[in-house]
Design a protein around this ligand. Structure first.
Ligand code: SF4
Length: 491
């Protein structure tokens, strides 16, 4: 099924963006607000910032984009020199305000606010344990399990509290934590999701991606290693190996699609990695054609690479509407059929009578690609050769990316020739796993490749559903939280 939101539905979705920062002035919320803008692509369902002035934790969160959740008045009320922030797309726990982050927890030893990107595999088990011990969890998100374990361990001191908590967690997680006096960030022992630390405005910041540093005049300095923790406070920024590192297996999709092209991961700027993927794609799947056309915007770097390697001219042939975002209007049948036409405006002069190489980042269910190929033929294309920088996606992700169930994945139910026929494309070529890794300049063993080859670097129990943690929602919705008093407000 396709509808005006099919663009979003047929794209893999990142789960979240996280950050934590310290600045000597009481402007942490304002800096976090601007840095979060740079992480908006990692989640658009809800956003939140928690701050501390050294004594009191205050927090505001809401549903929607960062610009919808925060205004001047709210930022003004969040005074403090320490902050954590979060943008959310839900892959575990329903998309309701109650599950928005940061998640606030308190215990006899103190209070914390936690922001999490990833997915825990043993969340249901840990949740049951906590409930058996008398904890009443407020959310259905697996991130609250991390927060609850952490707040229980805070009496051990920051490094030991993180180590004790991480020893219980299985799965993919990059986490930032606010206490009244410090900010911490830590990354799972396989380093599946990104996390980077650096300097900002006489202070320090830790964030999902390096692109968050530039808008606030900062500079990323150190990719947090697998199993590593960073602690930031008035004394500076220090690192410790909280738990032993396992084989580092960063998500290959971060390089192909999720992260912003101006971010740097594994010491490589992602725009360059994506351009290299396009070059490699041209070597693996050459074709005679008149023009290389990207699917905007994510296909642009790879289309440039394909063009440079093949010598076929690059040209944009579809302009993406800047103003269609998620719609809450239920689409009728006619609108479903319009689908991609609401998102993309064709440049007829670039399409009519031409043999087109169409470069895109991924095929999930094949609904969007199918509509784009049809659009190009409807506009008079002579041939459409589809080239994809992600290898065929055959298996679901349990580490924080929402793709589809196995039965919905095009490459899990069809051969490549069947997908080509389904798309109506003249030819179809996917980048190989080896080719994608080579484009980043690392061996395949340095990546999680589970959705491509079914080899999960963190074992996934048989029959696990990524929504296994889901439980019926409560009525209460926690939006603004101040120390010791949970204030329920409607946003
Ligand atoms: S399964 Fe795929 S999307 Fe998920 S972490 Fe691994 S490479 Fe990334």
């Amino acid at each position: 099924m396709t509808h005006p939101d099919s663009w979003h539905i047929d794209r893999p979705k990142e789960e979240c963006g996280v950050l934590g920062l310290y600045t000597p002035e009481s402007q942490a919320a304002r800096l976090a607000f601007f840095a979060l803008f740079a992480l908006q692509h990692r989640g658009q369902e809800s956003a939140g910032i928690a701050v501390s002035d050294g004594h009191t934790v205050r927090m505001h969160r809401g549903m929607g984009l960062i610009s919808q959740v925060f205004n001047e008045e709210q930022l003004h009320g969040l005074l403090g020199h320490l902050a954590v922030g979060h943008t959310r797309y839900s892959t575990s726990g329903a998309s309701v305000l109650r599950n928005a982050q940061p998640i606030y927890c308190t215990s006899v030893v103190g209070e914390i606010a936690v922001a999490h990107n990833g997915n825990l595999i043993n969340a249901a088990e840990l949740r049951s344990e906590l409930e058996e011990e008398g904890e009443r969890l407020n959310t259905t998100a697996d991130s609250e399990v991390i927060a609850r374990l952490l707040v229980r361990n805070m009496h051990l001191g920051p490094e030991n509290a993180v180590a004790a908590t991480m020893s219980r967690l299985e799965g993919a997680y990059s986490v930032t934590v606010l206490t009244p006096t410090m900010v911490m960030g830590f990354r799972d022992p396989n380093g599946v999701r990104p996390l980077v630390a650096g300097r900002v405005a006489d202070g320090y910041m830790v964030a999902s991606e390096s692109c968050a540093f530039f808008p606030v005049g900062g500079e990323a300095e150190h990719e947090i290693g697998p199993g590593e923790v960073v602690i930031i406070d008035e004394k500076g920024m220090r690192f410790a190996q909280a738990v032993p590192k396992r084989r580092e297996t960063m998500c290959l999709f971060e390089f192909i699609y999720f992260s912003r092209p101006d971010s740097v991961m594994y010491d490589t700027e992602l725009y360059t990695a994506r351009e290299n993927m396009g070059r490699q794609l041209a070597r693996e799947h050459p074709v005679e054609a008149d023009v290389v056309v990207p699917v905007p915007d994510s296909g642009i770097p790879a289309a440039h690479g394909y063009s440079k390697e093949s010598g076929i001219p690059f040209h944009e042939a579809m302009m993406k509407s800047r103003y269609i975002h998620r719609t809450f209007i239920q689409p009728d049948q006619r609108m479903r059929e319009l689908g991609v036409r609401m998102k993309l405006a064709p440049l007829l002069g670039q399409i009519k009578g031409r043999r087109i190489v169409l470069v895109d980042d991924s095929i999930v269910r094949a609904t969007t690609t199918n509509q784009i190929v049809k659009l190009l033929y409807d506009c008079g294309a002579a041939e459409v050769h589809v080239r994809i920088t992600a290898p065929p996606i055959k298996f679901p992700c349990f580490y924080g990316i929402d793709m589809a169930s196995k039965g919905e994945l095009a490459a899990a139910r069809m051969s490549i020739e069947e997908i080509r026929r389904h798309l109506g494309a003249t030819t179809l070529g996917y980048l190989s796993i080896e080719g994608a890794a080579r484009a980043v300049g690392r061996p395949t063993s340095d990546f999680c490749l589970a959705c491509f080859n079914g080899q999960y670097p963190i074992p996934v129990p048989e029959g696990l559903s990524k929504m296994a943690f889901e439980s019926p929602p409560d009525v209460g919705q926690l939006a603004t939280v101040t120390t010791g008093q949970l204030r329920l407000i409607e946003d």
